[in-house]
Design a protein around this ligand. Structure first.
Ligand code: FAD
Length: 499
């Protein structure tokens, strides 16, 4: 393997992935390497990734991004979780929140105590023991350095890329506007040496970050790194997206509403709502999907609906030779749990840990690829769970989801929970036990039994503890301001942001 020192990094693509990489690399190692980003206004970005999950706050902290400044610049709102409607059965509704369920002990998770209380005749939902979930339901939100409420954001994807661009440019990144026409490789090693633009300009580099979206211009079209297709587990392959006007106060959560051949997202921003119908083209033609989307949205459309096509799966080698793929170029699970931007952030962070200053070598590459594979697979299982664990049999799509084979790793988890109420967070796994249990209960997987440690507390002691906990949550939520009011006073964006 070629071992040339890495002094020049070239980022191909200026969507969310490209500018995220640019921001993090320029701030963290910009004094050690020269960084150039190439983007094409003519091609544009996909621009639909607008919902996030809480680790984004850790990433922003690393970059020392000021929360209010970022929220004003991107017309952002707060997100406490996702409301799933009609998923296990038509008419069902549950929230997968970012909060913790009650208080676990070292031996068993809280939901075991809750199950014991049901046996004792207490009529309560698991969600009543979770501050974030109850706050989301009540449309409330507050954050301060004194509280540790777990939250993420909804933001305008176009404005986020602009915000990151301004950030990266402050750290000296060079931006080149132009369309890449040719990827030049070394005749012996196959390493990429330069990218040639339609203008004739050639941009040379030692390490290339492929952020060209689904095209995967370097990682796939040039290096043929391979793609593992997951469409047998994730049946949707298309999305129709449309932006609409606001119709009321923004709730502090994303809505995910199951339809007959997929599901619809509703992402509330300060100035508009992002909507989309994610669907299976085997079960619903594009035009019918657009009609269905337009018929189900609340506000007046601001943009015409557009259809996006995708193939769920992962790039077999996200780091191949001297090319590292990020964002859609590295694979795509699907947007149900808003995980893609997170995976980009983890990818950039891992690259910083393993940065090949002294030259690309096999061990760095393998370490990176193994981490990326594990993360993608574990996240995939969590998403497949939502589709598969359903009682719906009212459409060919849902019958397919119920009957489709699922990954063994997920089958094991479901069995473990159904038989024993046991859920776990594996090493380097994104989703916590609280997420697994909230979704498994929400999807109507009912455990046959629970951990007997929940019987160690005397009945009255347990009931008092649970009643006090619920009262604490109710009291805390009652004291919180309405989410929209909090946004207005904390981070209201000026209309110049979106005009
Ligand atoms: C329907 C849908 C909904 C999604 N929702 C979410 C969500 O809510 N949350 C989330 O975390 N993620 C979401 N994602 C995933 C992902 O986060 C976003 O799609 C994200 O915006 C993708 O960014 P990207 O930078 O990888 O790709 P892109 O936005 O496609 O950017 C590609 C860049 O490469 C450039 N480029 C391409 N070819 C060339 C060339 N030849 N020369 C020069 N430049 C070139 C383009 O101009 C562009 O700048 C969603 C994805 C889809 C499909």
């Amino acid at each position: 393997m070629e071992t040339r020192e890495v002094k020049k990094v070239v980022i191909a693509g200026g969507g969310t992935a490209g500018w995220l990489a640019a921001a993090a690399l320029s701030q963290q190692i910009g004094r050690l390497v020269e960084i150039t980003l190439i983007e094409s206004d003519e091609i544009g970005t996909i621009g639909v990734g607008e919902a996030t999950i809480p680790p984004i706050r850790v990433f922003h902290k690393l970059l020392q991004i000021d929360e209010r400044e970022f929220m004003r610049a991107t017309a952002a709102t707060f997100k406490l979780g996702i409301s799933f409607e009609n998923w296990a059965r038509k008419g069902d509704e549950y929230i997968h929140s970012f909060g913790r369920n009650g208080k676990p002990t070292w031996m068993c998770e809280f939901h075991n105590y809750w199950m014991r209380s049901l046996e004792l005749g207490v009529k309560s939902e698991l969600g009543e023991y979770c501050l974030e979930l109850e706050a989301a339901k009540a449309g409330k939100f507050a954050t301060s350095p004194q509280t540790d409420i777990n939250y993420a954001y909804h933001f305008d994807a176009g404005q986020y890329a602009k915000f990151l661009r301004a950030f990266a440019e402050r750290y000296g990144i060079k931006r080149v506007e132009g369309k890449i026409k040719e990827v030049r490789q070394n005749g012996d090693s196959g390493f990429v040496e330069s990218l040639v633009l339609h203008s004739g300009e050639s941009i040379a580099g030692d390490l290339f970050i492929d952020c060209t979206g689904f095209r995967g211009l370097l990682i796939e079209q040039t290096l043929k790194s391979g793609y593992e297709d997951w469409s047998n587990w994730l049946p949707c392959d298309s999305a129709a997206a449309v932006q609409t006007e606001l119709t009321g106060a923004a709730p502090p959560y994303t809505r995910s509403i199951a339809h007959d051949a997929g599901w619809r997202w509703c992402i509330p921003l300060q100035h508009r709502v992002g909507n989309g119908l994610v669907f299976s083209s085997r079960h619903l033609p594009d035009d019918a999907a657009k009609q269905e989307l337009l018929a189900s949205i609340d506000g007046a459309p601001i943009t015409p609906p557009r259809v996006l096509k995708f193939q769920t799966g992962r790039r077999r080698q996200v780091w191949n030779k001297n090319v590292v793929a990020l964002g859609l170029a590295s694979g795509f699970i699907e947007p149900l749990e808003s995980t893609s931007i997170h995976l980009m952030m983890v990818g950039v962070t891992r690259l910083l840990h393993l940065f090949p200053f002294a030259g690309v070598n096999q061990s760095l590459m393998e370490q990176y690829n193994q981490g990326a594979r594990e993360e993608m697979e574990k996240t995939r299982d969590f998403i497949v769970l939502h589709y598969h664990a359903t009682e719906r049999d009212d459409s060919p799509f849902w019958r397919h989801c119920r009957e489709m084979p699922i990954p063994d790793t997920l089958a094991h988890r479901i069995e473990l929970f159904r038989e024993n109420a046991y859920a776990y967070q594996a090493d380097s796994e994104l989703f916590r036990v609280d997420s697994w249990t909230q979704v498994m209960f929400g999807q109507r997987i009912t455990p046959k039994t629970y951990h007997r440690a929940a019987r160690m507390l005397a009945d009255q002691e347990l009931l008092k503890f649970l009643a006090d906990f619920r009262a604490g949550v109710t009291h805390a939520v009652a004291r919180m301001p309405v989410h929209q009011d909090f946004v207005n006073q904390y981070c209201k964006a000026s209309s110049s942001v979106w005009n």
